[in-house]
Every structure is written in C-alpha cells, then in structure tokens.
Write a protein of this length. Structure first.
Length: 268
C-alpha cells in the first residue's frame, strides 16, 4: 500500500512539474520583439528549451531539497547511512531520460534550423541572386513586374570598428542599414581585418563575418522600427562601441529614403 502511494505521489508530482514547465515556456517571455520572419521559428525552439529547462530545474532542485530534509542526520545519530548499491531501475531512468531529451532537442533544433534556411548552401544563395539579377527591379517597394517582391541585395563591410552598408542598385553607402518592411533582404558580408559578427537580436540572427570568407545572410523584416546591430565577436579594444542600427521602414518611406540619399535618384 505504501509503495502504491509513493508511486502515485511521484506520478502526480511529475505531471505537476511537466505542466509547470509548459506554462512557464509558453507564458514567460524573455525575448525582445519579433521583427523578422525568422523570429517565430527561433522563439518556438526557445519556448521548447525553456519548458524543458524549467522541468529539469524544478525537478532536480525539488529532489535535492527533499533529500536534504528527509535524509538529514538526526540529533544524536552518529551511525553511517544505509549502504545502497546497484539500483538498476534508477540507473536506467537517469540514463534514459537525459538521452531522450538530448536526442529530441537535437532533432528539433535541426528541424528549426532547416526551416530558418540555415541548411541552404552559399551556392544556392548565389544562384538565387544571379537569377534575381536577370529580372527587372524597381525601387518603389522593390517590387517585380509580376507583383512579387524581389530580393534586395546589400553589401556589408565589417571593419574595426564599424559596419558599412552599400546598396549596389542605387549606389548608396550608409553607416546604418535601411530596409523595407516585408521585403526579402540578402546581405553579402565581408570583413576587412579581423573576425566580426553581425547580430540583430530582434531578427534572431547572428552571423560571424570572417576575413577572406564572404558570407550570405538572408532575412525578411516584418515590423517597422529601429533595431540595434551589434558586433558579437570580440574584435579589438573598441569592440563594445561597434554598434549601429537597422531601420525597417514602410515601403513608401524606404523609397523616399532612397530618393533622398541616392547620388543618382531613381525615377518612379
């Protein structure tokens, strides 16, 4: 009877921990605003990991506190504790549960990474850019003749201690990145000196920029606003000051910015 009661209590506590973890993962937000099409995928993974982490934290800490109280040395007890060895069921459980969790997290993370486009090779990006370049583009919303949004290319140069953004289609060079909301953007990144990193927390994107290794980073901004661009790789004594902004604008406002900053204004 006592064994059955213990099993039932353990099962109820396990269910309670799982429900608590799921609630925390889905209701406690620790991330900045979502501002790109990649953000929901990343946040989905974060919620799952946060839920699992909460379950493990509460379960381990709860068991530890229970053990400290339940099996503490009693007053006047000078003897040794009971010798417990070779508990095979317990060893199977504490090996199987972490193995299943790690396997699940690995497969799920790979799935999210693939859905975010992380498995696309540089060749695929290059082919996409080459084919897009053959079709007509217009700066008004960067739309295509078919009505679909064309991918906008921006060349990004990282150097100690600044990011420089160049727009090949309009000959604009800027110290901050301006992009139209809802428009696919393809960044071609290169470093002039040491390793840098291009990080926009609201986009859920961070990409190392390595000298001699051009890198392509694609995203679609979904929320108008001004967001920080941070170098997340220690690149020298003024690394902390290597910051700029990405300005996501409505298509009309972005077109106006292009017209105002282009040395050769584009006719609309």
């Amino acid at each position: 009877m006592s064994s059955l009661r213990t099993s039932a209590t353990t099962a109820l506590l396990g269910i309670a921990i799982v429900l608590l973890g799921l609630w925390v993962g889905n209701n406690v937000s620790m991330l900045p605003v979502q501002a790109s099409s990649n953000a929901p995928f990343y946040d989905e993974l974060f919620r799952v990991l946060f839920s699992i982490g909460t379950m493990l934290f509460v379960g381990v800490c709860g068991l530890l506190i229970y053990s400290l109280v339940r099996f503490r040395r009693r007053s006047g007890d000078m003897g040794d504790g009971s010798a417990v060895e070779d508990n095979l069921p317990l060893e199977i459980v504490w090996t199987a549960i972490p193995a299943v969790v790690v396997l699940f997290v690995g497969l799920y993370s790979y799935n999210i990474y693939e859905r975010m486009g992380g498995m696309s090779s540089l060749g695929d990006h290059g082919s996409m850019h080459a084919s897009a370049g053959k079709e007509e583009r217009v700066w008004a919303g960067i739309g295509m003749a078919s009505g679909e949004a064309a991918t906008m290319q921006v060349d990004v140069t990282a150097m100690q201690f600044a990011f420089i953004f160049s727009y090949p289609d309009s000959s604009i060079t800027s110290g901050e990145l301006h992009v139209p909301m809802g428009q696919p953007v393809e960044l071609h990144l290169k470093a002039n000196d040491v390793i840098h990193a291009f990080w926009v927390p609201q986009f859920r994107l961070k990409q190392d920029v390595i000298p001699g290794q051009p890198t392509v980073l694609s995203f679609t901004p979904t929320k108008a606003g001004t967001y920080p661009v941070i170098c997340a790789e220690l690149c020298g004594p003024y690394h902390g000051g290597m910051r700029t902004s990405v300005v996501v604008q409505e298509p009309d406002a972005f077109e106006q910015w292009v017209q105002q900053n282009s040395p050769n204004p584009v006719a609309t």
